[in-house]
Design a protein around this ligand. Structure first.
Ligand SMILES: *[C@@H]1O[C@H](CO)[C@@H](O)[C@H](O)[C@H]1NC(C)=O
Ligand SMILES: *[C@@H]1O[C@H](CO)[C@@H](O)[C@H](O)[C@H]1NC(C)=O
Ligand SMILES: *[C@@H]1O[C@H](CO)[C@@H](O)[C@H](O)[C@H]1NC(C)=O
Ligand SMILES: *[C@@H]1O[C@H](CO)[C@@H](O)[C@H](O)[C@H]1NC(C)=O
Ligand SMILES: *[C@@H]1O[C@H](CO)[C@@H](O)[C@H](O)[C@H]1NC(C)=O
Ligand SMILES: *[C@@H]1O[C@H](CO)[C@@H](O)[C@H](O)[C@H]1NC(C)=O
Ligand SMILES: *[C@@H]1O[C@H](CO)[C@@H](O)[C@H](O)[C@H]1NC(C)=O
Ligand SMILES: *[C@@H]1O[C@H](CO)[C@@H](O)[C@H](O)[C@H]1NC(C)=O
Ligand SMILES: *[C@@H]1O[C@H](CO)[C@@H](O)[C@H](O)[C@H]1NC(C)=O
Ligand SMILES: [Cu+2]
Length: 566
């Protein structure tokens, strides 16, 4: 059904089981968050879903469109919904992270969110941004080119979201609370998923395999989304090469590869040409995990690419080879080879004059065990994480409201711009006294339209590992990266200011650094955090507050009347 056709007047439609009403030219969607039974691996449990679907409904919009989503919370948990990678100019009110831009929608509550698309084109996603409910509350966002324009590559015959997920048999909120209580790593998940299905490498999962039917000679665009909670993922399709054409709703130079690395939060659009002998081929994905001693489910999740035709398929289907679990060279090799299209039609706009230079050390840490508790983290303490030695604590009133209405005592603006203490960040055998951070709710305030260069520096404290850093409200250019300690004299000489990729999530390599640049031209309160869920919960988070500009059109929109109460 062509959604454009119902734009003229208020009409009711059921499209892809989404309730859509078009009125005054804005498409309106209904999201009902509720408990839904889910049976996989011979186990039936209730999970939180949107509209009873898992993964949730796909939002399909056109570049530059604004949509309205009425979110109803019919679950027993606090909920918020975030539109990941949608920059939402001047509209932090609908961004969604709980206690950052809103208080949660309580059980029985409702919140109407306005989602403003501007420059994004390609694939993004939406997800819950409260506790760990995003494990099952998520779905794809497909942003089509504007009417009358097309892709910067031949139009694929078909397009399909491929959502890499992670699932626990235990209720996710119990896994989360147990982690906070013990101070140790969370229990490992029971399965990784492709479009909600574990695939047949798991026991009791033969029927639970996603299938993509293809016709020889046709081209398919896979809109890959990593919604996994705790790990980066490798992805490959047997006997087929993949051509990357976009990431995070921005086009890239075509990159042909056998294996993709995708970090939690990231999207990658790839073209798959059905050019092999008619057969069954596995699409397969498993974890890339480099942190020493970190446990994970090491099963490969699979889907099947099934050619149309009259043939006897090989049994089992052909399996691709994926890099080894700790293959950092494969992971970084892929991530660092993405390039913006940087063409006449899709130019880059990298800030050249920098107003604000920051170096943020992002680290895993530990905190001492409170006297009235028993902890199972490192040395009997609790795992934590920090940005420039501040482990972020969620306030009990959201920061946006506190900023807008000038409520004191909710947050401070003392996040250091540079590491407060210089040591060999990526060195071996670091002294344990470096493990303990401060705790607090500290933000960084930026002038409207100032420019930012931010270097993320990873550390080897407790366990050197990747950190996929995600910024709300902006896309940023990834201008440089490397292993070891960032060198402010030498490394900027190698920055790519010509065709750096424009992303909203970037995996900072294990024991390495990554430099990003953006122009602070979106006033509001914007969360920035590691998209590995346990790191986020331990405090690897901070906030940029971008002040209003002088003109009306460079100021935050007024708050909607139905902001959920705190
Ligand atoms: C986590 O794993 C431990 C050990 O297997 C188990 O006792 C505990 O019940 C699990 N917790 C949850 C929330 O599933
Ligand atoms: C798929 O690739 C494998 C290994 O590269 C090769 O042995 C096999 O013949 C190929 N199969 C088909 C059907 O192309
Ligand atoms: C995967 O996990 C299983 C059981 O937990 C273990 O026996 C096996 O060695 C692991 N494989 C790899 C490649 O780590
Ligand atoms: C990866 O893991 C294997 C098996 O545990 C180990 O032999 C190898 O040294 C590891 N490689 C790296 C780069 O850590
Ligand atoms: C320990 O004490 C602190 C401070 O009095 C309190 O907030 C916390 O809930 C207590 N923890 C437990 C597990 O009783
Ligand atoms: C930092 O630690 C690394 C790894 O142990 C080592 O190779 C390097 O020489 C150290 N750098 C300095 C300046 O000490
Ligand atoms: C972090 O802050 C704590 C508490 O103030 C301090 O003891 C520690 O030395 C600091 N660590 C670093 C690496 O800055
Ligand atoms: C932001 O600064 C740039 C560069 O100086 C300028 O071209 C642009 O007009 C400014 N934007 C606004 C909204 O003030
Ligand atoms: C839900 O959020 C409110 C604050 O808006 C808080 O007071 C309440 O404790 C939360 N409930 C749960 C179950 O987390
Ligand atoms: Cu992290």
């Amino acid at each position: 059904m062509d959604l454009r056709a119902c734009n003229y007047e208020s009409l009711l439609f059921f499209c892809f089981s989404l309730l859509i009403v078009h009125c005054h030219g804005l498409a309106r969607y209904t999201f009902v968050v509720e408990e839904t039974p889910y049976t996989r691996l011979c186990s039936t449990k209730n999970i939180l879903t949107v509209n009873g679907q898992f993964p949730g409904p796909t939002l399909s919009v056109q570049k530059g469109e604004t949509i309205i989503v009425d979110v109803y919370n019919k679950a027993d948990y606090n909920i918020t919904i975030h539109w990941h990678g949608v920059n939402q100019p001047r509209n932090p009110w609908s961004d969604g992270p709980e206690f950052i831009t809103q208080c949660p929608i309580r059980p029985g509550g409702k919140f109407t969110q306005k989602v403003i698309f501007t420059t994004e084109e390609g694939t993004l996603w939406w997800h819950a941004h409260s506790d760990w409910s995003r494990a099952t509350v998520h779905g794809a966002i497909v942003i089509r080119p504007k009417e009358g324009s097309s892709y910067p590559f031949p139009k694929p015959d078909e397009e399909v979201p491929i959502i890499l997920g992670e699932w626990w048999k235990a209720p996710i909120m119990e896994v989360y609370h147990q982690m906070l209580q013990t101070g140790a790593d969370p229990n490992i998940s029971d399965a990784y998923l492709i479009n909600g299905q574990p695939g047949d490498c798991y026991a009791c999962s033969k029927q639970d395999t996603f299938k993509l039917k293809v016709v020889k000679g046709k081209t398919y665009m896979l809109r890959l989304i990593n919604v996994v909670m705790q790990e980066l993922m490798f992805f490959s399709v047997a006997n087929h090469s993949l051509t990357v054409v976009g990431s995070d709703a921005s086009y890239t130079k075509p990159l042909t590869t056998d294996v993709i690395t995708i970090s939690p939060g990231q999207t990658i659009d790839v073209l798959l040409k059905a050019d092999q002998e008619p057969n069954h081929y596995y699409m397969a994905s498993h974890v890339y995990a480099s942190g020493a001693g970190v446990l994970y489910d090491n099963t490969t999740t699979t889907a099947i690419v099934e050619y149309d035709g009259d043939y006897t398929p090989s049994s089992p289907p052909l399996m691709p080879s994926l890099p080894y679990y700790n293959d950092t060279a494969a992971s970084y090799g892929f991530t660092s080879s993405l390039r913006s299209l940087a063409s006449k039609e899709y130019p880059v706009d990298v800030p050249m004059e920098i107003t604000n230079k920051f170096v943020y050390v992002i680290s895993i840490n530990s905190l001492p065990c409170p006297a009235n508790e028993t902890c199972q983290g490192p040395s009997g303490g609790k795992l934590a994480a920090s940005v420039n030695n501040v482990s972020f604590v969620s306030p009990s009133i959201d920061i946006l409201q506190a900023y807008y209405y000038q409520i004191n005592g909710v947050f401070g603006n003392k996040l250091p711009s540079f590491p407060p203490y210089i040591f060999n960040f990526t060195g071996d055998n670091l002294p344990t006294y470096l493990n303990t951070p401060k705790v607090g709710t500290e933000v960084k305030v930026l002038k409207f339209n100032s420019t930012v260069e931010l270097v993320f520096q990873g550390t080897n404290l407790l366990a050197g590992t990747e950190h996929p850093m995600h910024l709300h409200g902006y896309s940023f250019y990834v201008v440089g990266s490397g292993f070891g300690n960032y060198n402010p004299k030498k490394d900027p000489l190698n920055y790519n200011l010509v065709d750096p990729p424009l992303q909203n999530t970037i995996a900072v390599p294990k024991n390495g650094w990554t430099a990003i640049r953006f122009r602070a031209d979106n006033p509001g309160v914007w969360f920035m955090h590691c998209h590995i869920e346990r790191h986020l919960s331990w405090g690897m988070d901070t906030v940029f507050i971008v002040r209003n500009g002088k003109s009306r059109s460079s100021q935050m929109l007024p708050p909607p009347l139905d902001m959920p109460p705190c």
